[in-house]
Design a binder for this molecule. Structure first.
Ligand code: HEM
Length: 381
């Protein structure tokens, strides 16, 4: 009897806790845990309808995700001159930062997002990270990203050299990431983003070259396919930062190839293969950390409840495979402690993965050398 009463009381406490956590009504009727988060709903509605429109984890979503990394990584634990992290500097000082080699192509993000930033009261840094979190919710397989609100916008640009380059060696890349506060495991977790990505500028003659055969699905194919022996280039090859890939139409970055094979990271890389839950949860955590780099987390407000639920990836669709014609014998085993999982080979003839179609809104006055990348970012009253 006593046990039943305790159980009932415990259940009531749990229910009232849940009710207390999430009960404030915004003027537009949305419910939030903190009224400050209400400011995000007009932004959400606008970018969902007009910026991402009918993008189903394609060019606009990829573009919004990449710029969030390039902005955040402008930070160093040891040198204050490297910037204040996820601070919007990449857009606020776009003419300077977008002229850096590593930011080639970020002009697309400026053209896509700048017209929306001035229409809303939230800061530039918050906008970049919010748009990235929302972009992820277009991608099946992602676990709902968190979102912290209230970043302080940059007063100065980040210097050149904070963003890792695809032609750098593993030691250099890991050192840069460590200096910004990320472990090798967190870098590998973040690189799950290359599962929904491609290159416009690595091969100057071809754009929209995907990094795996499923660039609109946040699945583990990227980790499978980067471990396969490279045999071909999507174009003529010979480009800095590019190595041979295993699937026609797919571009492999030299940095991804090296990280997949280096003893410091190869087992971390392989751990993602055919392990959707692991990949999604480690990415969710590392991405949350990336989004607040350099900011005072104590002053930020948790507005995660504003972020929509991403589309579900069914268990069968999440199953990794070897691309048509390829098997375990094509794997370049690098992790010395665990054998690469044997996977089924997708049936059919070897495919030529189509390029990602560019979103017209990524073209505009802002150019790849940083020229024309000016916006006032004045805020509505
Ligand atoms: C070692 C670290 C990294 C290197 C060297 C690297 C390099 C690159 C390069 C060269 C491209 C192609 C750019 C182009 O030609 O258009 C690219 C695309 C991309 N990267 Fe990374 N990246 C790194 C880490 C990250 C991280 C941590 C994220 C996000 C959390 C990210 C997200 C993306 C996305 C989404 C794209 C596709 C952009 C688009 O299609 O518009 N990358 N990356």
């Amino acid at each position: 009897m006593l046990t039943t009463t305790f159980a009932l009381l415990a259940a009531l406490v749990t229910i009232s806790d849940a009710a207390l956590t999430r009960r404030a009504a915004c003027p537009d009727g949305n419910m939030v845990s903190n009224l400050a988060c209400c400011a995000l709903f007009p932004v959400l509605e606008d970018i969902q309808k007009n910026m991402f429109a009918d993008d189903t984890c394609s060019d606009a979503a990829h573009t919004a995700l990449r710029v969030a990394f390039h902005d955040a990584i402008g930070f160093s634990k040891t040198q204050s001159s490297f910037g204040t992290g996820a601070d919007g500097s990449i857009f606020i000082f776009a003419e300077q930062e977008l002229s850096y080699d590593a930011n080639l192509g970020i002009a697309d993000a400026f053209n896509l997002e700048a017209p929306f930033i001035s229409n809303h009261t939230i800061g530039v840094a918050d906008f970049i990270q919010f748009a990235a979190a929302v972009s992820l919710t277009r991608c099946p397989g992602v676990l709902r990203p968190t979102f912290m609100f209230g970043r302080v916008d940059a007063k100065a640009p980040a210097p050149d050299g904070t963003v890792p380059e695809p032609f750098q060696d593993v030691k250099t890349i890991l050192a840069r990431m460590a200096d910004a506060g990320f472990t090798p495991a967190e870098l590998v977790a973040l690189l799950a983003s290359h599962s929904i990505a491609g290159a416009d500028d690595v091969d100057p003659n071809l754009s929209g070259l995907p990094f795996d055969s499923t660039p609109s699905v946040f699945d583990t194919q990227f980790f499978v396919e980067t471990q396969l022996r490279g045999t071909l280039f999507p174009g003529t090859g010979g480009n800095q930062g590019e190595v041979e890939s295993a699937v026609a139409g797919v571009l492999r970055l030299q940095s991804d190839s090296l990280l997949a094979r280096d003893s410091a990271t190869s087992c971390l890389w392989q751990a993602n293969v055919n392990n959707q839950a692991f990949m999604a949860s480690t990415f969710q955590k590392a991405f949350a950390k990336m989004q607040v780099v350099g900011q005072n987390a104590a002053t930020l407000i948790d507005c995660s409840d504003v972020i929509p639920e991403p589309p579900v990836l069914s268990a069968s669709a999440a199953k990794a495979f070897f691309p048509p014609g390829l098997t375990l014998s094509n794997v370049e085993q690098a992790c010395s402690s665990t054998p690469f999982p044997n996977l089924p080979t997708k049936s059919g003839a070897p495919e030529h993965v189509p390029s990602i179609v560019p979103d017209p809104a990524t073209a505009g006055a802002c150019q790849d050398d940083g020229s024309g990348c000016v916006a006032k970012f004045t805020k509505p009253a």
